[in-house]
Design a protein around this ligand. Structure first.
Ligand code: CP
Ligand code: NVA
Length: 322
């Protein structure tokens, strides 16, 4: 395999240039592994101090309607490391936040920029932005999906385990944007996924059906159960996320009651494989969905996941925007 990112990027971009990434399902299995190959090369070069200005003079606009630490910093530093420039566009500061249309925003930003990353509430907003933008649009999280996160997670699992097909991922918690994207990526990559959530907090039926359609082709077994220990049994990856996502702050107290039994703690970890890795997209609410003991424990890879957001998103940007 070619290791030099300059040679790799061009070879791997075949058919990906100019495309959007709104959902993991926008990518084929081959394209997901192309992202991983380039991310691995970029990560290795960065560690060796080898520069890789694959996006020299390119600009990425980053629209944020919600808070962010990892997504903002990893995209901004990532585009800079690729020789380009990132613009942080908080919706409190740009006219979109005062009611300018998505269409006009998309059309105008496409005249200045080479790519747009957006974090917002409604997924429809991202779809509309992509419809009118003539540059690639990357979903940096919506209420429905968080594709960049789960691509970094699967890349991390690939690094740790050497293979993805046939692994079992247990997701303990809310059927939220991260869970939805995990269902999609697991289905694509042949990773079995067992999701334990309280009644009424399942992923949307439409997402379950889309994932099931992909799983039929890869042999991934996807299931939704009530019992956290049942989901965790024999798992290679144990994953959790907050009980109340951004935008659900007013439901926090009620959710705490429903999710009280859905905590990733030592007792739950005892049901997983001894070498199971613990994942969390972060930010975590320590003492709620995960204990300090587990998130700081020897099986935790949460900071590797966070780091890999940088390498994987650089690969995504290079392949879509070069
Ligand atoms: N995991 C993640 O997307 O983190 P931020 O909300 O800090 O971007
Ligand atoms: N489900 C969380 C993920 C944060 C990265 C949220 O949407 O707030």
């Amino acid at each position: 395999m070619l290791k030099n990112s300059h040679l790799l990027a061009d070879k791997l971009a075949l058919g990906m240039r100019g495309r959007d990434l709104l959902c993991v399902r926008d990518l084929s299995v081959d394209e997901i592994y192309r992202i991983f190959d380039l991310a691995a090369a970029l990560k290795s070069e960065l560690r060796q101090g080898v520069g890789h200005p694959l996006l020299a003079d390119k600009s990425l606009g980053m629209i944020f309607r919600k808070s962010s630490t990892r997504t903002r910093v990893s995209f901004e530093v990532g585009i800079w490391q690729l020789g380009g420039h990132g613009l942080y566009l908080n919706t409190d500061d740009i006219q979109l936040g005062r009611g300018e249309s998505i269409k006009d925003t998309a059309e105008v930003l496409s005249r200045y920029l080479d790519g747009i990353m957006i974090r917002t509430y409604g997924h429809e907003e991202v779809i509309e932005l992509a419809q009118y933008a003539s540059v690639p649009v990357i979903n940096g999280l919506t209420d429905l999906f968080h594709p960049c996160q789960v691509l970094a997670d699967m890349f991390t699992a690939y690094e740790k385990k050497g293979i993805l097909t046939g692994l079992k991922l247990a997701f303990i918690g809310d059927g939220n944007n991260v869970a939805n994207s995990l269902l999609c990526v697991c289905a694509k990559l042949g990773v079995h996924m067992s999701l334990a959530c309280p009644k009424g907090y399942e992923p949307p039926q439409v997402v379950v059906e889309m994932a099931a359609a992909d799983a039929a082709g890869t042999g991934a077994r996807l299931e939704i159960v009530r019992e956290p220990l049942e989901a965790a049994a024999g798992a290679d990856i144990v994953y959790t996320d907050v009980w109340a996502s951004m935008g659900q702050e007013q439901e926090k107290a009620e959710r705490e009651k429903h999710f009280a039994q859905y905590q990733v703690n030592s007792r739950l970890m005892a049901a997983a494989k001894p070498d199971a890795v613990v994942m969390h997209c972060l930010p975590a609410h320590r003492g709620e969905e995960i204990t300090d003991e587990v998130i700081d424990g020897k099986n935790s890879v949460v900071y590797d996941e966070a780091e890999n957001r940088l390498h994987v998103q650089k690969a995504i940007m290079a392949l879509l925007m070069a």
